[in-house]
Design a protein. Structure first.
Length: 151
């Protein structure tokens, strides 16, 4: 029998830990401190990172599909090559984050802070950008498509 329960690491301090290439699937990391951690190439299927501190974290080439990132602090994080297609980023802080060339199609970014973020070459088609702070955002070469939600 498969155990579908999430491993509970809510609020745990993992600041600066090297998780490179590890499997963190089905972990509840909501509210955890992962600031400055290396999470590049990590498996996160079914994980909950809602409200987590990921500021300055290396999140390169992570597939976030199906992962909760609502209210997460991703300020200054490196998300290059990450897949955020359809991910809930509502209320997330992405100020100064590197989001260049990534897929944000269908992502919910409502109320997110993207102040100073780099979105060059990113795919924003179908993303909900309602109430997003876009001050100083670099959208050079970004694909907005015809179905971006600006409501």
């Amino acid at each position: 029998m498969v155990d579908d329960k999430k491993k509970d690491f809510r609020g745990t301090n993992f600041r600066g830990v090297d998780f490179y290439g590890k499997n963190l699937s089905n972990m509840d990391l909501s509210g955890a401190d992962l600031g400055g951690a290396d999470l590049s190439y990590v498996l996160l299927s079914g994980a909950d990172l809602g409200g987590a501190n990921l500021s300055g974290a290396n999140l390169q080439d992570v597939d976030f599909r199906g992962v909760n990132l609502s209210g997460a602090d991703l300020s200054g994080a490196n998300l290059s090559g990450a897949n955020l297609d359809g991910v809930d980023l509502s209320g997330a802080n992405l100020s100064g984050a590197n989001l260049g060339g990534i897929n944000l199609g269908g992502a919910n970014l409502s109320g997110a802070n993207l102040d100073g973020a780099y979105l060059g070459g990113a795919d924003l088609s179908g993303a909900n950008l309602d109430g997003v702070n876009l001050d100083g955002v670099d959208l050079n070469g970004a694909y907005l498509g015809g179905d971006v939600g600006w409501y």
